[in-house]
Design a protein around this ligand. Structure first.
Ligand code: ADP
Length: 265
């Protein structure tokens, strides 16, 4: 498998002198092409700072981020981000189809091609036929599916997701988790998803990277050895799921328990 994302010695400090605050400390990991990797860490540990560094929104104080071998210096063209707050990330004055097509305007493609890419992405997220509606005419879960469609329509090399299901109710969250895994497997999209929800990280991931409390560093890199086909009831009841979620919880509670460079690979 080719390496899609490579992070080495990543360090970020806000401010300088006595008021300096180290948010991310010496992080190193890679994400392979086609993998769905989850990063789980406690609130305030530095997850958003890490994502901002990975997406080129801020320049890290030290270390290196590379996307398919190219150093990240500014927001890469072939990277898409889905945020938690769908209501602030969709344009209310544009229809669903126009929202999904919006980032494609900067690509050299015809209107017809943009339209067909948008329709295709809306089908991937089970929203065919809503293209002419406005986001505010849809439920929260449907709006987040539009955000996911917009990101996928660009066919990004890497999709970063920042707590994407934290603002929807529990039932919708389960539906969106299953939808994401289906779409990811169909399209072999490479995804790095950040969450503070232990169960979600294990249910969704091929891999779970556990972060320490601030400043963020990697406590463990665990392979999720669950079948590719997952089910909200039987998977969550399985012995593997229960044991892995307990391990992640233990590591978050007491990072000192992790042996250096802990991994289940
Ligand atoms: P998380 O996303 O895990 O909640 P953040 O990356 O938002 O964590 O924050 C990590 C730490 O960095 C926190 O202590 C936060 O207060 C601090 N921090 C975040 N953004 C800034 C900033 N722009 N300036 C100074 N400190 C910041």
């Amino acid at each position: 498998m080719a390496t899609m994302l490579e992070v080495s010695g990543l360090h970020h400090r806000y401010g300088s002198g006595e008021t300096a605050h180290v948010a991310v400390n010496d992080l190193a990991f890679t994400v392979e092409s086609g993998q769905l990797a989850c990063i789980v860490g406690p609130s305030g540990c530095g997850k958003s700072t890490l994502l901002r560094c990975l997406s080129g929104l801020i320049r890290p104080s030290g270390g290196r981020v590379a996307l398919h071998g190219d150093p990240v210096d500014g927001v890469p063209d072939d990277l898409a981000v889905v945020f938690q707050d769908y209501s602030r990330s969709l344009f209310p004055w544009l229809t669903v189809r126009q929202n999904v097509e919006f980032p494609l305007r900067w690509k050299s493609m015809s209107r017809a091609e943009r339209r067909s890419r948008a329709e295709e992405a809306l089908e991937w997220v089970n929203l065919p036929g809503v293209g002419s509606k406005y986001p505010w005419q849809l439920s929260g879960g449907m709006q987040q599916r539009v955000s996911i469609a917009r990101a996928l329509a660009r066919r990004p090399a890497l999709l970063l997701m920042d707590e994407p299901f934290a603002s929807v109710d529990a039932q919708t969250r389960f539906e969106l988790e299953d939808l994401l895994r289906d779409v990811q497997q169909q399209n072999e999209t490479t995804i790095l998803l950040v969450t503070h929800d232990i169960d979600e990280s294990v249910y969704l991931g091929d891999r779970v990277l556990v972060l320490s409390t601030s400043p963020a560093s990697i406590v463990a890199d665990l392979t999720v050895d669950l079948p590719a086909e997952r089910d909200q009831i039987s998977t969550r009841e399985s012995a593997e799921f229960v044991s892995l979620r307990a391990e992640v919880a233990r590591l978050l509670h007491d990072p000192a328990q992790a042996p250096a460079g802990a991994t289940t690979d």
